[in-house]
Every structure is written in structure tokens, then in C-alpha cells.
Design a protein around this ligand. Sequence first.
Ligand SMILES: [Zn+2]
Length: 351
Amino acid sequence: MQKSIERIAGDSDGTTYEFPVLRFGGTDKAAPSAYLQAALHAGELPGVVAIDALMPMLAKAESEGRIKGAMTVVPWANPIGRAQYHFGEHQGRFHLGTRTNFNRGFPLLAAPDTALLPDTTLGTADQRLKTRLVELSLGHDIVLDLHCDDEGLAYLYIHTSLWPAMADCAAAMGVDAVVLWSEDTDGTFEGAAIMPYQNVPAEVARFDRRAATTVEYRGILDVDGALAGADAEGLYRLLVARGVIADPALPAPGGFAGAVVPLENIDMMPAPRAGAILYDVKPGDRVESGARLATIVHAPGEADGRTEVFAPQAGLILTRRSRRIIRAGDDLLKLAGDRKSEDARSGTLED
Ligand SMILES: [Zn+2]
């Protein structure tokens, strides 16, 4: 394994951001290659500790000559967000300088060619970081972007062009659900990893071996040794299933038994009032249409001081908020419905 340090120029003289890149060469040029990154939203750490738990497994495989495909691992993908504290609270989702989500505004290239990347010399630091992350990841057959939700199940976002071909990956990782999306107008990192392959010759696109996904490793508080170990085993099983690592002792993953939900089916449930949330449901619960999901206490102790929120359709509770204070219009939870949502906002990528 080789470690190098990436440097991203800051927005003023005297400021530079750094992050480490870990690389494994791979012994077989024909084997699929893999790129893993974590903490693009800089405070989302389940993926960081999963990579930490995965590294000894990779080191053992390397010492035994079993790493076939080249691997690039970026455990801390966002040094800009990592350094952002505002009044003592960490702010890792948006770049404070531009108010842009760190997982938006990636260049969506027409082909997998780094020569097409924009020149960000005169852009902002977050744009330079995004361009560099695309440059580091482009060309790998497997691209995994490790995130987490607020409180949630383990689930994957996968582009429809890769489904059901990636069912083996979902099974290997042992996630609870897969959310299928088809349009990226905002430039997510996952979009930057898969859209360049949509209109190129089949021998370049190689959809038989391609994988790209945003991995949501449960909730932001689920940074835990046992979960990290289990997630590392899931990542390892995926790398073996896809031929990046050889491990004949490991059985092939079976079929994927979790929920598969089109993005259009997700109901985000905006809060009708601002207040304190009393949830009736938690991630993993199955609800029927009309079931009460939460009560917002907006005028404590007063008549009509509570407002209830009901499920618009039957489905699976995928996520909810970790904090219990909410503004009117903010989303209460993600309900993975059995049918298309009637909420006009549904269908947009949410990480
Ligand atoms: Zn995220």
C-alpha cells in the first residue's frame, strides 16, 4: 500500500487543504479496479471507520498477493468541510464560503475523460476539491461513496442503468434497501461517477463490471466499532464478488432480499408546523396508509397545540431526523412508499 498526500489550494494565500490517498497496485491489469471514499459530507463518519476496519483485511490480502485490481482509497475526502466549525458546531454538509452542498456541483462529463474536466484554478476551493476527487476516481470500474443519513437504515442509491446488475453488490454489503434514481441535474459525486458512461461505446462503458453507488451507512450517530467491522466485511465481500480481490474461501453473495424502491416513491413528509417532534415510527418500521407518523408539539399545553402527520401511503420508514426540533416545511422522514409519491419534490437525489 502506498500513501500520498493531496493538496487543494484554499481561497486565499496561506491556506491549503490536505487529504491522504491510499493506493494498492493490483497484480492483474485485466481485473476490475475500485475507488472508495468516505466523509464527502465531512461529519458523516460511519464510512471512515468502516475503511479503518477494512484496511487490515486489504493489507492481509496484499501480503498474500490476492489484490488483483488496482484500488484507490480516500478515507477523508473533504478536508475543507472537516475544518468547518461554526459557533462550536461542526458543519460538514455545505461549504461555508459558497453555501454549496459538498455533494452537489460535481462536473458531469460527457465521457470518462479527465481532459474534459473544468479548469478550477480561478474557482473556489470546494470546486477544486470536487474536480480532484472526480479525477482520482474516474476510470475505476467500482466507485463507492460512503455517506450516512441522519437516523436511518443502511441503504444504497443506484442509477437505473446499473440495476439489477448491482444486486450482488447490495447483497454482499448486506444493506436493508436500494433506492433507484435516473436523473441527476445537480451533479452529485455518484452522478459524476456514472453519467460519463451513459453515451459511450459499450467497450468503454463496461456495464458488465461497473458499479457506482452512494452508500448510506445508517445514521450520523452510528459510528461504532461493531458496525464498522460488519460494514468492512460487507465492503470486502463486494470487492471479492467483483474480482478486485481473490478469496476462494468466501462464498458468492446470494440474491438481494432487501427493499428496492424507485426514488419517485419516496415521501419526504414536510412538517406542517414548527415545533418539537414526537415520532411514532423509526427506521425499519413498515407502515400502512393513514398510520400516524409523528406529532408536532407547536403550542405546548394549549388546545390544538399539537398537529399530527399521517402516512400518505403504505411503505417502509427509511430515515428520520436525529434532532427533534423542526421548522415548518422541513422534512420529517423518508417513507419509501409502495407507489409513486404525490409530493412534487419527490424524485430528486437527497444525499
Ligand atoms: Zn452525505
